[in-house]
Every structure is written in structure tokens, then in C-alpha cells.
Design a protein around this ligand. Sequence first.
Ligand SMILES: [Zn+2]
Length: 245
Amino acid sequence: MSEENLYTFENPEYRKTFWHTSSHVMAQAVKRLWPEVQLAIGPAIDEGWYYDFDAPFSFTPEHLAQIEAEMKKIVKERIKLERSELPRAEAIAWAEAHNEPYKKELIEDLPEDAVISFYTQGDFTDLCAGPHLDHTGRLRHNGFKLTKSCGAYWRGDSNRKMLQRIYGIGFPSKDELDAYLTAQEEALKRDHNKLGRELEFFTTVEEIGQGLPILLPKGARVIQTLQRWVEDEEQKRGYLLTKTP
Ligand SMILES: [Zn+2]
């Protein structure tokens, strides 16, 4: 990748950094709105980012709209992200003082010789290894969207507490965001799971499980037709069939 393309959205590393910084902005917005909410982790993912929170209430679409509005402010404030390090004991003391038990657990699990780094953006500090963009103004106030919230176990362990995960997606422009959201809507319309049910090709029942579709007459007919076509085609092309026990 050439030097001038390094800090563009086309560079996957930059894109991850962009999305990960967005997760910090989202967490900052949540803490500004509800300081009692506790923070877990907030990575970039293949498309966008998420952050897991422990909140005393369930995030609704109205909450997400509130968080988005606060995030827009933070982007416009162009706040610098500044890195700092703390020795282990002080890092743990920080987590305790800020009532962040999940961060405390993460620090305690780091190897003894690990460098424990924090990133501060104005009124918000997060335990994090980085990297991030240099200031929040690198994001676009109209270029992101919080797409959904759902339950997620702390550390993916069903014996641990169920936290709430908020997903977001963002781009360097509103046009790119709109194009992404439109494509998502179109994909949803073509979703096999949705179409297959609407066309009465298959259904599922709780007793059997969502992963095991029951083919209805129309769906079974489609499979039968395809199978016949494949068998006829094989014969035409000279394949010889065998059956083994
Ligand atoms: Zn970070």
C-alpha cells in the first residue's frame, strides 16, 4: 500500500482503526448519558464495531438514538485521543475507583510484564491497547449509525453475566453510509430464510429446532426437480452410478 493510501478507508488497517475509535466515541456517549453503565469491551469487527455494556436497563431504539446524538456532539468536539500507561497496581486501582469491574478483570488477566495502556479523550478514559485515530473529528457526524443492540455474555461464557452489545457502522461520508444501509435492506429482502418461509418452501418448529428446516410440499418439489435434473444431466454426460452400503 502506497504512502498516500495509508490513511484512507480503503486500507483495512485504517478502517479497523476508524471503527475501533468509533467504539470509544460510542462508549464515551453512553458514559456521558448514564455514568452508572459499566464498560466491557469494544472491538472493531468485519463491518463496523460493537461495545458491550452492563446497564441497569435495556437499551431501546430510543436509547440508541440518544447515544447517536451524543456521539455526533463528540465528533464535532474534535477531541484528541491521548495514550498513557499505568503500572499494574495503579491500573487496577483506576478500575476500582471508576467502578469498572470488567476492566479490572481484564487488567488482572494481563501477563505480569504487560504494558497497560489507557486512552483518554476529554472526559472519557478507556483501558485499551490501541491504535486509534488522533482525534474524534476524524469521524463524520452524519457518517455512522447504531444498527442494533442484543444480549451478549461477558467473555462469551453462558455462566457469566449477560451484557448488552450495541453494534454500529460508520464511513467517512454520509453517501457511503446511505449506500451501505440501502444494500443491507436489499440483502434483507433477498434473505433466503425470509423468502423461503414466505414462499412456503420450509418452516421450522421449536420442538425440532431453528437449524433444522422442515420442507413443505413446495420446497420438497423444488429439491426433487433439482435432483432429477442433476441425475439426468449426469447420465447425459456419461457418468456411471454406483450404490454402496
Ligand atoms: Zn481502543
